[in-house]
Ligand binder design. Structure first.
Ligand code: FES
Length: 105
């Protein structure tokens, strides 16, 4: 069964920004604030070993990986610029008060 896991607080993520969070098993996540809405994807670029929270730049609703300038749609994980072709995993998010949860599957 899936369960909701707290990963960070809402107020830690500035609008237009991305930060890193972690599941209890150490799996790294990238947490985005798009105009007050929180989105979560895997942190590792699907093209290489870059960390999107550390090496990425939020551009509108996309995250650009600065290693080779690939891009993903933050809301869907879709790869939208070469050399990225494999989509990013996205996570279901719930915000309660100041706490951000993802649905751990
Ligand atoms: Fe991200 Fe190459 S590692 S685009």
């Amino acid at each position: 069964t899936n369960k909701w896991v707290p990963i960070c607080s809402f107020s830690e993520v500035e609008p237009g920004d991305v930060m890193q969070a972690e599941l209890p098993d150490g799996h790294k996540l990238a947490v985005y604030n798009l105009d007050g809405d929180i989105y979560v994807t895997d942190d590792r670029c699907t093209h290489g070993e870059a960390s999107l929270s550390e090496d990425g730049m939020v551009e509108g609703e996309e995250i650009e990986c600065t290693w080779h300038f690939g891009r993903f749609d933050i809301r869907t994980g879709k790869a939208c610029a070469m050399p990225c072709t494999v989509p990013l995993k996205t996570w279901n998010v719930e915000v309660q008060g100041d706490q951000v949860f993802v649905e751990d599957d």
